[in-house]
Ligand binder design. Structure first.
Ligand code: SF4
Ligand code: SF4
Length: 351
């Protein structure tokens, strides 16, 4: 489990047990939920539409065997049902604001009953940005509910009337893969629900989403030139779990993300000029475009690397990078190479 999230979760659980620290526990729980949701936002903003219905671990056991869209749907359907049918006893967010139509969902259940291709077929039908809005609405509404709770509310239990209500809502499938959820939730008090559907369940599924996107990025880079247009090596880049290379649609380099249509200025300039990369350009030393902007910390290191490729070729460059990264991590390597362009080039040539 992510170290920071695991620590916050553990601390939240211990604070939740005492009346004096109850409100501190709720603040920490909300902070943790926001941290985890930020990761969902980054994934939403990072990848192309298709990525959200792909199952790179299809056939495996575990949360990572699903799709990105399914994971978001499942996390927030469970939270919506538990928060509104059980704790607040009011209307679920899914049934407000026309979300069913907006998301284009064919189901209102948690999705536990779906298997194999059904999961990717379901994911393809969803409007993922409406799904994201729904998830955000559920998150915010639950956070408000959490802030309204008092310590004494933690002991609230859920009897047969709640079981019947949940069955009648048809929000949990009768399939054996899903039906157990009602018994599972109703065997917990509010405190137990805060510890699972509202926190740990998020963490487990979002960590699975990380694994899915890491694999999608890795798959996107397969067979693709590992040298970025600016002269960086994707094989050695600290962003390699997040970025599938500027030569694919899985590019999450910050320069690409801040640029129109998500295309890095160096990549689009190279394409316009018919260059394989900036290392083919005679204007590189004075160029100020994109990654080479003088205010950018990485500009000198990128230029030094591109100039090395210009002189010695990509194969030799990758060998030098392997040797350098045995001694230093990515940021130290970039720091060393980035002191000034000539010095950076010299270091690469002497490595
Ligand atoms: S940020 Fe740049 S160097 Fe890093 S993986 Fe993406 S394209 Fe490659
Ligand atoms: S002008 Fe700059 S961005 Fe364009 S190809 Fe040359 S070095 Fe790259």
């Amino acid at each position: 489990m992510d170290k920071d999230w695991a620590e916050k979760n553990k601390r939240m659980q211990s604070l939740l047990g005492k009346k004096d620290t109850f409100h501190e526990a709720i603040s920490l729980l909300i902070e943790l939920r926001m941290d985890v949701f930020n990761q969902i936002t980054q994934i939403m903003n990072g990848y192309p539409e298709d990525a959200f219905s792909l199952m790179p671990f299809a056939g495996d056991e575990g949360y990572h065997s699903k799709t990105l869209s399914y994971s978001i749907w499942h996390i927030f359907r469970i939270e919506d049902i538990v928060a509104h049918e059980m704790i607040a006893e009011d209307e679920q967010i899914l049934f407000r604001n026309g979300y069913i139509e907006k998301i284009h969902t064919p189901i209102i259940t948690t999705g536990n009953e779906l298997a194999g291709d059904e999961i990717s077929d379901f994911s393809k039908q969803l409007d993922r940005w409406q799904l994201y809005r729904y998830a955000k609405d559920v998150l915010e509404s639950t956070n408000k509910l959490l802030l309204s709770l008092e310590y004494k509310d933690l002991k609230k239990k859920f009897g047969d009337d709640f079981k019947e209500k949940l069955i009648a809502s048809k929000c949990v499938s009768e399939d054996k893969e899903a039906a157990w959820l009602i018994e599972y939730w109703c065997n917990k008090d509010v405190k137990g629900l805060l510890k699972m559907p509202f926190s740990r369940h998020h963490i487990m599924h979002v960590e699975a989403m990380r694994r899915i996107k890491n694999k999608l990025c890795k798959d996107a880079r397969k067979g693709v030139d590992p040298i970025a247009y600016c002269g960086f090596s994707c094989n050695h880049c600290f962003l390699s779990e997040w970025c599938g290379s500027c030569r694919t649609v899985y590019n999450t380099c910050s320069f690409a993300k801040c640029s129109p249509e998500g295309i890095c200025p160096n990549a689009s300039c190279c394409k316009e000029k018919g260059y394989d990369g900036c290392y083919e350009c005679d204007d590189i030393e004075k160029c100020e475009k994109g990654f080479y902007a003088s205010g950018n910390d990485g500009a000198n290191a990128a230029k030094a690397q591109a100039l090395y490729i210009k002189k010695h070729g990509k194969k030799e460059f990758l060998r030098v990078q392997d040797r350098l990264h045995k001694k230093y991590n990515f940021s130290k390597t970039q720091e060393i190479l980035g002191q000034n362009i000539e010095e950076g080039l010299k270091i690469l040539e002497e490595t």
